[in-house]
Write a protein that binds this ligand. Sequence first.
Ligand SMILES: Nc1ncnc2c1ncn2[C@@H]1O[C@H](COP(=O)(O)OP(=O)(O)OP(=O)(O)O)[C@@H](O)[C@H]1O
Ligand SMILES: [Mg+2]
Length: 263
Amino acid sequence: MTNPNKSAVQLEGITVRFGDYTAVENVSFEVGEGEFVAIVGPTGCGKSTLLSVVAGLLLPTSGEIRTFNEATKGLNRWVGYLFQQDALLPWKTALDNVAIGLIFRQVPTQEARQQAQEWLAKVGLKGFENYYPHQLSGGMKKRVGLAQILILNPKILLMDEPFSALDVQTRNLMENELLRLWQEDRKSVLFVTHDLEEAVALTDRVLVLSAGPASKLMGEFTIPLSRPRDVAEIRLTDKFLEIHREIWHILRGEVLKSYAQNF
Ligand SMILES: Nc1ncnc2c1ncn2[C@@H]1O[C@H](COP(=O)(O)OP(=O)(O)OP(=O)(O)O)[C@@H](O)[C@H]1O
Ligand SMILES: [Mg+2]
């Protein structure tokens, strides 16, 4: 039932100012139904800001957001937001951390815990139901975080550098698992990263933001790689290198600008 030609989220002329500082200026783009889109750009360019705007956690200074063709006011009920930092409750087990969203939605506890158990198994954590967050590795916590969001079955998934704190091997595993889960029901995904390789390996389209202040959309690239993909293997293909080089050509200058400004 996915159709990338139909809009899931649409940003139009989004400008965000914090006092005198303009973070992003006049940014417009769209994520189609079932489409997997990445935003890349140098540190501080406003990637997280844009996700917060889509989630309805931050009101833009100007511009409009539409979700499934309706103006989005206040919290966006269609989205699940996986933050860069772990947002697990330390005093609850993995199972209860995953079940909690359903319980907030008035699903009976028994039923919520049953579904949470199924989701933990889906993200590869069968047997870890009763572990507390401090007993889990970084990668395992990310899996719990993912299950915590996916159990609520959002139509749109917002992910802010979800894997950047992980070692390379764990990261590749998680990326492949994300692709496997995504392939099951093709949610619309807006994925923020400053790792261009990750963006190309995972997505259908990559959006490049310029260095701040007043970041703008610099480019938009369709990724011509077939699916299913193995993220570790696809990086070695000529097609991957070609599109990577093309985007890096644009991104590189922005990264250098940002570096010159900040350091
Ligand atoms: N609440 C706020 N108040 C003031 N300035 C803010 C606020 N939130 C973000 N900014 C500024 O807006 C700019 C964009 O921030 P944002 O966190 O969106 O960047 P980012 O692209 O996500 O960076 P990173 O890659 O380092 O996570 C930064 O200069 C930041 O300092
Ligand atoms: Mg950020």
